[in-house]
Design a protein around this ligand. Structure first.
Ligand SMILES: NC(=O)c1ccc[n+]([C@@H]2O[C@H](COP(=O)([O-])OP(=O)(O)OC[C@H]3O[C@@H](n4cnc5c(N)ncnc54)[C@H](O)[C@@H]3O)[C@@H](O)[C@H]2O)c1
Length: 252
């Protein structure tokens, strides 16, 4: 049990990568709080975790709202008295050519993917500093935060910003024993990537760009999140951990 007695908060934990992280953490003994803006899916993952005997708290939250984020973290600390681990995973991606991006799409990507992570991180870090027992904050970034992909300028910018937010936090929070790191997944099979996955010809071509010749699974990322959350990564902070089957190392 690598997270026994730890309290972990995962945003966007109802689907995809966040769901796999929630399950992995709970199976390693963590008390798991999930914040998601989709109530029905949140109830479904909560019921699954409870059936496995996990201690779980689901709070319907839109991470773009400071008041909703504050209320959600109040509930977590009221329930368990502390917060040790945060995974800022809630995110959206709606591809659009740079010349076509609408202002509202730009705002929504930056608000959910970057401002949401800022709001949750700042409030959680303040609580962790007050607790005085350190913590691990994980930003679910992307390879798109390290290199540009076409039709994703707003998404790329949000994830690049998230990596610099992560480094800034790591710098200022190290003295409190709070570690802050990013995970940078490549192409992972979730509903976010469903349109490409369900197009056999397109996915066949795409997989050839991945040296390991397969798309990633949410569990591939959950294992990396467990490492970053646990004491096994105790001397790591300010790091971007790439989990992409080798995609980013390839020039052509
Ligand atoms: N799938 C990939 O290939 C991939 C690659 C790199 C990074 N990522 C990142 O991983 C994270 C999870 O993506 P996924 O692929 O599992 O997608 P997903 O759509 O399956 O899951 C995203 C989750 O975030 C929640 N969410 C969205 N907006 C929210 C909001 N405003 N407030 C609270 N919750 C909200 C959704 O309800 C959902 O549960 C995202 O940050 C994404 O950018 C995904």
């Amino acid at each position: 049990m690598r997270l026994k007695d730890k309290v972990a908060l995962i945003t966007g934990g109802s689907h995809g990568i966040g769901r796999a992280v929630s399950l992995r953490f709970a199976r390693e003994g963590a008390k798991v709080a999930i914040a998601d803006n989709e109530a029905e899916a949140l109830e479904e993952i909560n019921a699954l975790l409870r059936a496995e005997g996990a201690e779980v708290l689901g709070v319907v939250t839109d991470v773009q709202s400071k008041s909703q984020v504050d209320t959600m973290i109040d509930k977590v600390t009221a329930q368990w008295g502390k917060l040790d681990i945060v995974v800022n995973n809630a995110g959206i991606c709606k591809p659009s050519a740079f010349l076509e991006i609408m202002e509202e799409d730009w705002d929504r990507h930056l608000n959910v993917n970057l401002k949401g992570a800022f709001l949750v991180s700042q409030r959680a870090a303040r609580d962790m500093v007050h607790q005085g027992t350190g913590g691990s904050i994980i930003q679910m970034s992307s390879v798109n935060g390290l290199a540009a992909e076409s039709d994703q300028a707003h998404y790329n910018a949000s994830k690049g910003g998230l990596n610099l937010l992560m480094m800034s936090m790591a710098l200022e929070l190290a003295e409190y024993g709070i570690r802050v790191n990013s995970l940078c997944p490549g192409f992972i099979e979730t509903r976010l990537t469903k349109p490409l996955i369900e197009n056999p010809q397109a996915i066949g071509t795409y997989v050839k760009t991945i040296p390991m010749r397969r798309v990633g699974q949410p569990e591939d990322i959950a294992d990396a999140a467990l490492f970053m959350a646990s004491d096994e990564s105790r001397y790591m902070t300010g790091h971007c951990l790439v989990i992409d089957g080798g995609q980013l190392i390839k020039l052509s």
